[in-house]
Design a protein. Sequence first.
Length: 192
Amino acid sequence: MNFDIKEILSVTLILFSIIDILGSIPIILNIRKKTGGIDAERTTLVSAALMFGYLYLGSKILALFGVDIKSFAVAGAIILLLMGFEMILGREIFKHNPTTGARSSSIVPLAFPIIAGAGTMTSLLSLKAVYAIENILVGIVINVILVYVVLRSTKILERKISPASIEVMQKVFGLILLSIAIKLIKENLFVF
């Protein structure tokens, strides 16, 4: 094993900026409000499994289904686009089944595409070409721990942040989410 602190730090920071768990707090609070809770452990485990899967099998799985990374990125961007509209307009697009509640929202849209979406997959496949696999694995583990800490802190965050502030944050981050989705679509769908 060839652990390199500089590589681990680089991978960790790249993934942290792509996952953007801190920027996702308004989205997480919105999902928590609609479903009554978030299963932090399940979301973290599914996100980690997706990231490890992307690293080892991402390109093979997409090739198996005849899907290229650009198409996958556009599909994830459409989900993000709809979530952005939902946050800005205050309309419910993603219907949550009250019987499944926090369990279903742990997978879609939280684990995928918010935490481990198309951007994460593309980044991991790109990082694999540059960095040693063991350093990428450590970077993933560090990010998964950070995701878990934020998800476990949602009750505290909700108490500390006023409802009006949460609503403003949701509108602002909804607009940012729309921008990210449009950027993903533009970069992967249209060739200028």
